[in-house]
Design a protein around this ligand. Structure first.
Ligand code: PEP
Ligand code: MG
Length: 588
């Protein structure tokens, strides 16, 4: 009998999140839930069988290491930072599977608790996670999520069951996952992936880095999106507004299809600007530089037509390695980057660690308030051996092309003076050894990212060769908002009148001292703020390479002399809402 009932239409559902990738994806849901993956049964092992159980563990570890090796070669297919980041992490996984503390611990546990290898793996990982805060092995302490991933892989190798699979994806898949480990990302075929939605990870998470460098739209969901999705559902990932739309209506689909086409058209037209100099309509030349985190980023820096690297975050060399990088290793990486930039300047920031960044890995004891503690230049000046090795490597690498040295989190002139003395000593030593150095030596600049440094910018300018304003931290410290704390994210506002005044004050101090000043925080890459920043007299901006063409387009359409009065009105406005409106008006 024929049914008279009409098919039930599922209403579209819209979820909010944080946009971490770029663009818009329309695809089908492919769920990936790592939490549902590891179920292990504990079985008693008699004393006589302990040795063979330990042997079984070692064999499984070797098999798991073999799979990691296969992923390492797959990761090499990914270009730029994605491949590089994954390479480092997969190396770390490989090390953990070869006679590491984890493997030794599991072997011991099989013998002491008389349990099977799978249960011993899970127990050992659970204990390691609990001991997270108090572990003396700083390398492992910093890598607890990676240890969990290695544990999952060990159990997979022991049981012979596939714990998770991302290798065979439907075409146009949007992966909806609780989290994506670097190994997961290495195993996926970018050809079939349209976008990513994850629950864990901030703007600087692995997912974000990979999404950006593969050019994938990605959103980190605020809700437990996995519990609302089913495989095969239609999904839209709006990586511009940070929206996830499930089962979109025909009208929404049509809007987003148009939006995708417009974005594609815009990208094509922006590509034509690569070789065009960034000059305003009234003839002011602006230097557009790029921020990089990995040497692999250079490809996109050159493709975007950047005039140099305005900020090279050097922390990556200290990530995911069992021991600190040697001076020689740092020299090799840095000289390679400098050579590839082919005469364009590279601004190398010295190690910026502390608080959220790599603290545990470098053996730093968390102070009562890490954000205000021994971090960045303070750490370097305390741990001289690490600092000397890094500075020597930079000085030696500077023989291969123009380099600038940038010091993070400077708060007083004494810090700059001390660094100058160290540079002079290292230079003398290197010259004595017959090492070729740049002549003149690289300029020494400071990041202005502490309100006190901005207010003392005139004194700092007298000791510095250039300034780079780090508005990410400047906003955090001016407004007392932890930039990694989601609970207060609604208050994080680089357009707060206090932050804007500090930027303006710094720009004026730099102009008076006739030293170059750039902005290298996230706002530098926001084309809506370009008129305001140039209105402050800033003529150098450094940003993620992907943002550069859009900022350039804005510069080409700008008449700076016509907006100076409006910029003055903005900086004298103290009401945040009125200020926001004025900035929006100026953005055009
Ligand atoms: C900043 O603080 O604005 C900055 C560019 O440095 P980071 O984001 O690396 O702290
Ligand atoms: Mg900073």
């Amino acid at each position: 009998m024929k049914s008279n009932r009409k098919p039930v239409k599922t209403p579209e559902q819209i979820y909010r999140g944080m946009a971490v990738g770029t663009g818009v994806a329309i695809g089908v849901v492919h769920r990936h839930d790592s939490r549902a993956s590891v179920h292990v049964r504990e079985v008693r092992v008699s004393v006589a069988k302990v040795r063979s159980e330990q042997h079984r563990l070692l064999e499984a570890a070797a098999r798991a290491a073999g799979r990691i090796e296969a992923l390492q070669s797959q990761a090499k297919r990914l270009e730029g930072a994605a491949g590089e980041e994954l390479g480092y992490l997969l190396d770390a996984y490989h090390q953990m599977l070869s006679g590491s503390r984890l493997i030794r611990g599991v072997q011991k546990r099989i013998a002491t608790d008389n349990i099977n290898a799978e249960a011993a793996v899970m127990k050992e990982i659970g204990l390691m996670a609990d001991a997270f805060a108090t572990m003396d092995d700083h390398y492992l302490a910093a890598r607890i999520d990676d240890i969990r991933e290695v544990g999952r892989r060990l159990v997979e190798a022991l049981t012979g069951k596939k714990v998770r699979a991302l290798a065979s994806l439907p075409r146009n898949a949007v992966i909806v996952a609780d989290e994506l480990s670097p190994a997961d990302t290495a195993s996926l075929d970018p050809e079939n992936v349209a976008g990513l939605v994850t629950l864990v990870g901030g703007v600087e998470s692995h997912t974000a880095i990979v999404a950006r460098s593969l050019g994938l739209p990605a959103v980190v969901a605020e809700d437990d999106i996995l519990s609302y999705t089913r495989n095969g559902q239609t999904i839209i990932v709006d990586g511009v507004k940070g929206l996830i739309i499930l089962q979109p209506s025909a009208k929404t689909l049509a809007i987003y299809r148009r939006c995708k086409l417009e974005l594609l058209r815009e990208q094509k037209s922006l590509l034509k600007l690569t070789a065009v100099p960034a000059v305003t309509k009234d003839g002011v030349a602006i230097k557009l530089m790029a921020n990089i985190e990995f040497p692999g980023d250079i490809d996109s820096v050159l493709a975007a037509g950047a005039e140099g690297v305005g900020l090279f975050r050097s922390e990556f060399m200290f990530m995911n390695c069992a021991s600190l990088p040697t001076e020689e290793e740092q020299y090799t990486v840095l000289s390679d980057v400098i050579r590839r930039m082919d005469g364009k300047p590279v601004t190398i920031r010295t190690l910026d660690v502390g608080a959220d960044k790599l603290g545990a890995a470098l053996g730093m004891k968390p102070g009562p308030n890490p954000a205000l503690g021994l971090r960045a230049i303070r750490f370097s000046l305390r741990k001289k051996k690490i600092f000397f090795a890094q500075l020597s490597a930079i000085l030696r690498a500077s023989a291969h092309g123009p380099v600038r040295i940038l010091l993070p989190m400077v708060s007083t002139v004494d810090e700059i003076r001390e660094v100058r003395k160290i540079v002079a000593r290292l230079t003398a030593r290197l010259k004595k050894l017959g090492v070729k150095l740049a002549d003149p030596l690289p300029p020494l600049g400071v990041m202005i990212e502490i309100p006190g440094a901005a207010l003392a910018a005139d004194a700092l300018a007298a000791e510095s060769d250039f300034f780079a304003i780090g508005t990410n931290d400047l906003t955090q410290y001016t407004l007392a908002i932890d930039r990694t704390d989601e609970q207060v994210a609604y208050l994080y506002n680089p357009l707060h009148p206090a932050v804007l005044r500090l930027i303006q004050f710094t720009a004026e101090a730099a102009a008076a001292a006739r030293i170059p000043v750039s902005i290298c925080g996230e706002i530098a890459g926001d084309h809506r703020l370009t008129p305001l920043l140039l209105g402050f007299g800033i003529s150098e901006l450094s940003m993620a390479a992907t943002n550069l063409p859009r900022v350039k387009k804005r510069i080409l359409s700008l008449n700076l002399s016509a907006i100076s009065g409006r910029v003055r009105r903005i900086t004298s406005e103290s009401d945040p809402q009125r200020l926001k409106d004025l900035v929006a008006e100026l953005s055009g």
